[in-house]
Design a protein around this ligand. Structure first.
Ligand SMILES: Nc1ncnc2c1ncn2[C@@H]1O[C@H](COP(=O)(O)OP(=O)(O)OP(=O)(O)O)[C@@H](O)[C@H]1O
Length: 209
């Protein structure tokens, strides 16, 4: 199997672990292009911890993680934390530009306008981000999903992306997740609400220590 044929993400006997404390053991998962996996489990099971391990923000001490067949990050996965990472002193457009720069994209003003329109923030470009509601602030972090493609970030790791969104925006997000998966990406995402577009479920409760 070549790296191109390999799954985008393959977990084998992975221990989900924060510091010295193992939370879940022998976690297995395979995600190929087109897969959308809903990561579930009770509060504190380790869902965020697992996403952070896969994003390279916490170490993998036991088990293996392969991205496109190799045990290192060949291409940066997109990690959208539920801690938003929005700088209150920057404008909406500046925050979005910064979030895209992290993935090597320098968006044009047309790109920024299109992404902000997609999340319903048209006209907010020059507004200070500190003046936005919780849902509007979350929409800045999600606007980058409009511009990122599988060629840039083939794997999306999304931590509670639907939090604080209204019904219309959740529907728009689900459409975008499907489009991204259809274009060859794979998604692992947490949500405490149903994810109608998921074709897989990983329940971490089944792996608790
Ligand atoms: N910064 C931290 N330092 C140490 N332990 C932490 C930290 N954050 C979380 N934990 C612990 O790690 C465990 C797993 O937390 P994690 O956030 O991964 O759970 P979760 O499944 O995402 O929960 P939730 O559904 O509430 O978001 C919990 O027992 C928590 O107390």
């Amino acid at each position: 199997m070549t790296a191109l044929d390999a799954p985008l993400l393959a977990l084998d006997k992975l221990t989900v672990q924060r510091g010295e404390t193992p939370l879940c053991e022998k976690v297995a998962l395979t995600l190929s292009a087109g897969d959308i996996c809903h990561l579930i489990g009770a509060n504190g099971t380790g869902k965020t911890t697992l996403l952070m391990q896969l994003a390279g923000l916490l170490p993998v001490l036991t088990g293996t993680v392969r991205y496109q067949g190799v045990e290192s990050l060949p291409v940066q996965p997109l990690y959208v934390s539920h801690q938003l990472g929005i700088h209150p002193n920057l404008t909406v457009a500046q925050n979005l530009t910064f979030l895209l720069n992290l993935y090597g994209i320098a968006p044009s003003s047309t790109d920024i306008d299109a992404a902000l329109t997609w999340v319903g923030l048209q006209g907010f470009e020059t507004i200070s981000s500190s003046h936005l509601s919780a849902g509007q602030t979350r929409r800045i972090t999600l606007a980058r999903l409009y511009l990122l493609t599988p060629a840039v970030t083939p794997l999306w790791l999304l931590d509670e992306p639907f939090t604080a969104l209204d019904v219309d925006m959740v529907a728009r997000m689900e459409d975008r997740l499907c489009d991204f998966a259809s274009a060859g990406g794979a998604i692992l995402m947490t949500s405490h609400q149903a994810v109608a577009v998921a074709n897989q479920v990983l329940d971490l409760s089944d792996y608790m220590v």
